[in-house]
Design a protein around this ligand. Sequence first.
Ligand SMILES: Nc1nc2c(ncn2[C@@H]2O[C@H](COP(=O)(O)OP(=O)(O)OP(=O)(O)O)[C@@H](O)[C@H]2O)c(=O)[nH]1
Ligand SMILES: [Mg+2]
Length: 241
Amino acid sequence: MCTTCGCNDTQHAHGHEHHHHEERRIIDVEQDILQRNNLLAERNRGYFETKHILALNLISSPGSGKTSLLEETIRRLKDRLSLYVIEGDQQTANDADRIAALNIPVFQINTGTGCHLDAEMVDHAMKHLEPKEGAVLFIENVGNLVCPALFDLGEAHKVVIVSTTEGDDKPLKYPHIFREADICVINKTDLLPYLNANIQTMRENALKVNPNIQIFEISATQGAGIDTWCEWLTINQSIIK
Ligand SMILES: Nc1nc2c(ncn2[C@@H]2O[C@H](COP(=O)(O)OP(=O)(O)OP(=O)(O)O)[C@@H](O)[C@H]2O)c(=O)[nH]1
Ligand SMILES: [Mg+2]
């Protein structure tokens, strides 16, 4: 059970009567945490809007390919756009090292036992990064399909990344993040010939949960679909300007 982020819905988790008082207290604490986060997220959003920064919150299970997608995106766009990255992981600076190798400003946040980034951490990272006017800021959240869905960071869009190896039923099993996100990247399409996952079913499942979600089919390591994704980014960055 996660007591720090409110990802456990105690009303539904179990209904033993002798837990009512404790449950009430947990819900109050969770509401306080989320309210405080929402206030800070609005502050971040104001900062991004004033500086015309396109901020994207990338959310997925561990290993779906968030950093690989960023690496390929950076290779293609770094000469045209000002790019910045915040990396969220429980431990290590591995992902920040991968981004820094491409000569892009990056700030690594280690959350320890925490399972998501929050708005205060993003505010802290911004003070180090000091992104330029009109930049694109990628925030790679901690690998977790559940808790990050609850935490607004002030981003313009949440981008959920799901890889073909995870199975085509994931949008139905983890609907909260597919509802919160505007964009869905289906990654590792190159592996489809070796899997029994059906990409059409995955698309349909994502659209069942969120009929407005925009879907990109990508292979981050082989490059398929990255052009369309980069085009979307470029257009959205120019709209925000
Ligand atoms: N075949 C294939 N492998 C991929 C693709 N994208 C990523 N991978 C591999 O998947 C593994 C995990 O990729 P990462 O980019 O580190 O994934 P991540 O989501 O950033 O992982 P965490 O930050 O640990 O949550 C690596 O071995 C990548 O090479 C893809 O499109 N196709
Ligand atoms: Mg990563």
